[in-house]
Design a protein around this ligand. Structure first.
Ligand code: AMP
Ligand code: GLY
Length: 419
């Protein structure tokens, strides 16, 4: 089979490695992939948002199956466009991807179907939003409606911060059109859990749970990032919590999407907060998480392509999905300065014995050498029987890798290890 994977980060690298385990897979094309992915797939310089280019390429190469991984092409209708040419895909269509691309949609969906989430108000006029934050309970959370590269969420710990967040989103348009509507919601507290799931619109199979570490610096300090590391499974996500989530959140969500005429097929990601009142949804993503995928897929025992095809064919209920009992840790090695400005082009050395445990995100090939080319450069992972061993092994791998200006957190897994 010829497979196309849209995207070019660490998540896509993890998906590609797993797809390669299927013996029927002959070639995997990555659009655009990256310098590290090039070791596992044929990288084609077509951007993930170039829907027309992607469809043309898929038709020309007679692609048998496509996996659309990032949010942007999903929101732009990449799956609809590929399906229109008869190419089966993994990923939601545009109508279903709105569960991530519009926070107003997802909040209204949860309210309508009684799915637990933070209380909220939606504003389209800056004056109204400003009046609201002048009297509301603080801390408060302000979210741009549309996609904003994961940066459209501001946790305002003071009233001044809340006012300036509204001003920057609605008056200065720092997130462009994404901020012309904002959701202002109640601040929740509790451990966070990421649960990725496979769903064909009728059946939902949760994957092993995970925990992201969003802040740039040790001790959960510094700026919010796309994610500096992950561990799986998440020890806060007990069997009891899982059962409650299935009953009150996961199944109601896919039923709600079906009832709205937007059946969701693909990977539905639940960002949850375990509050004193029970689990609540912080956000939905219409795709695999990054860097959650880098710890979840190494623990998947069942063939990934078989599961993906079952999702596409709506036969997930007949498909077995099995995860190992072990644990996995991913430490992101980033460029010094990330998530702010950073330099690129530094050579990366990865010893051969750890290469299979490294997922490459922001790197390019220059004269045959891998060089840094992004903020998050590598996801260095290790799987083991216990979380302690996985964390230690991931850091032992990090020690063996070098590039100038490498920056990483030293405490990935610290919260989970204290449980
Ligand atoms: P998001 O981009 O929606 O994942 O939000 C980024 C981060 O902001 C989340 O991982 C949470 O840590 C935090 N967050 C979002 N919404 C809330 C909320 N209502 N209360 C507290 N923290 C939140
Ligand atoms: N790691 C969070 C996300 O992929 O959105």
């Amino acid at each position: 089979m010829k497979i196309l994977v849209v995207g070019g980060g660490g998540r896509e690298h993890a998906i590609i490695r797993k797809l390669k385990e299927n013996p029927t897979v002959e070639t995997i094309y990555a659009l655009p992939g990256n310098g590290g992915i090039a070791a596992d797939a044929v990288c084609v310089p077509i951007g993930a948002k170039d829907i027309e280019g992607m469809v043309q390429f898929a038709c020309k190469e007679k692609i048998d199956y496509a996996v659309v991984a990032p949010d942007d092409p999903l929101a732009l209708g990449a799956v609809d466009a590929l399906n229109a040419e008869g190419i089966p895909c993994f990923g939601p269509d545009k109508k279903a991807a709105v569960i991530e691309s519009s926070k107003v949609f997802s909040k209204d969906l949860m309210k309508k179907y009684g799915i637990p989430t933070a209380a909220y108000e939606v504003f389209t006029a800056a004056d109204d939003a400003l009046a609201y934050v002048k009297t509301c309970k603080i801390p408060v959370v302000i979210k741009a409606d549309g996609l904003a590269l994961g940066k459209g969420v501001i946790i305002a710990m003071s009233r001044e911060e809340a006012v300036s967040a509204v001003e920057s989103m609605m008056l200065q348009h720092v997130f462009g059109d994404s901020g012309s509507r904002v959701v202002i919601e109640e601040y929740l507290e509790g451990p966070e859990v990421s649960v990725l799931s496979f769903t064909d619109g009728k059946t939902l199979v949760p994957m092993v749970s995970s925990m992201d570490h969003k802040r740039a610096l040790d001790g959960d300090k510094g700026l919010n990032t796309g994610g500096m590391g992950t561990i799986a499974p998440n020890p806060f996500y007990t069997k009891e919590v899982a059962a409650e989530c299935m009953e009150k959140i996961f199944l109601p969500t896919i039923r709600a999407m079906a009832a709205e005429g937007r059946p969701f097929k693909g990977c539905l990601y639940f960002g949850l907060m375990l509050t004193k009142e029970g689990p609540k949804v912080i956000e939905y993503n219409c795709r695999f998480g990054d860097p959650e995928t880098q710890v979840v897929l190494p623990l998947l025992k069942t063939d990934l392509l078989t599961i993906m095809q079952a999702v596409t064919n709506e036969t997930l209920s007949e498909t077995q999905v099995e995860f190992s009992d072990g644990a996995c840790c991913c430490v992101v090695m980033a460029s010094n300065g990330y998530p702010g400005n950073y330099e690129k082009g530094f050579p990366i050395t990865i010893p051969a014995q750890v290469q299979e445990q490294v997922y490459v995100a922001g790197a390019a090939l220059k004269d045959g050498c891998l060089v840094t080319n992004g903020g998050r450069v590598l996801g260095v992972t290790a799987a083991a029987d216990t979380l302690r061993e996985a964390v230690d092994a991931a850091y032992a791998n990090v020690e063996q890798i070098h590039f100038d200006g490498a920056m990483y957190r030293h405490d990935i897994g610290h919260r989970a290890l204290e449980v």
